[in-house]
Write a protein that binds this ligand. Structure first.
Ligand SMILES: C[S@@+](CC[C@H](N)C(=O)[O-])C[C@H]1O[C@@H](n2cnc3c(N)ncnc32)[C@H](O)[C@@H]1O
Length: 254
């Protein structure tokens, strides 16, 4: 096993290390919400025409915008084994849906739905501009209804532009998944937490959180965001939220 650091912040336990090493040491959970690393390719478009995080000065178009040493055949069974029974939300893009679902089925997961995140802003593409990402909504054990059966397959949440993590997801998106598949006090696990967005969403909703991140830079970001969310939640319950100088990251506490 590689080196592992564990930090507890309020209702969150954060691990710096490789999730393939850490997951087998944890007690099984009943909800996973995660956005694993996968290769990002531009599908034939020369990235000379791209801007932002795909600009040739910051990205070589080899696909690895974040560390991606493992693929779906390792990711899906590791998530499956970390669960007791319950729901798993596993994000990916259009090019990865088939491989992710095939690996999920092979691991023992059953399929509930393919959820769509409409990011509102689109990236240029000559074969339809891209404004969506996908979430494999899976389950282990007995099928269980979501909390709000009026929820639709597609959710519209603006993408975060110029976030510190290159593939940072919106807190509101992660909140929608957590709200539907857990109760206050339940544990939410994200084995690929990046900057800790799932953790922020879980804490805002009064859940416990376990997060794992391999890259120290992103792990430190996650610790800071989780600390801020914990402080905001504490202030909110004391009725002090909103006092000048008391909150540093506003992510919609409620
Ligand atoms: C797509 S990003 C997640 C971003 C996150 N949703 C956010 O909002 O910040 C995937 C993360 O998994 C991390 N990662 C890659 N391999 C890992 C591993 N074996 N164990 C733990 N983390 C890993 C990467 O460093 C990256 O930050």
């Amino acid at each position: 096993m590689g080196e592992v650091t564990k930090i507890v912040i309020g209702n969150a336990t954060l691990y710096h290390g490789d999730c393939l090493d850490i997951l087998p040491t944890l007690s099984p959970v009943s909800l996973v919400v995660t956005d694993p690393p996968y290769l990002l390719e531009q599908g034939g478009m020369t990235n000379a025409e791209m801007s932002g995080k795909f600009d040739t000065r910051v990205y070589d178009n080899k696909g690895a915008i974040v560390d991606t040493p493992i693929g779906w055949p390792e990711i899906m069974p590791a998530i499956f084994r970390a669960m007791e029974t319950g729901h798993a939300y596993v994000m990916c893009n259009n090019r990865h849906v088939a491989a992710a679902l095939a690996a999920a089925a092979k691991s023992g997961f059953r399929f509930h739905n393919l959820l769509v995140w409409d990011k509102i802003t689109a990236t240029p593409n000559r074969w339809y501009m891209k404004n969506c990402e996908f979430t494999c909504f899976l389950f282990k054990g007995k099928a269980k209804y979501i909390n709000d059966c009026g929820s639709q397959q597609l959710v519209r949440v603006p993408n975060i532009l110029n976030a510190p993590h290159p593939t940072q997801k919106p807190v509101e998106l992660m909140k929608s998944y957590i709200k539907n598949s857990s109760q206050v006090g339940d544990v939410v696990l994200d084995p690929f937490m990046g900057s800790g967005t799932t953790g922020v969403a879980a804490l805002i909703l009064g859940r416990q959180f376990i997060g794992i991140e391999k890259d120290k830079k992103y792990f430190d970001m996650a610790c800071e965001r989780v600390e801020n969310a914990t402080r905001q939640k504490d202030l909110f319950s004391l009725g002090l939220e909103g006092l000048p100088g008391l909150s540093s990251e506003r992510e919609g506490v409620g």
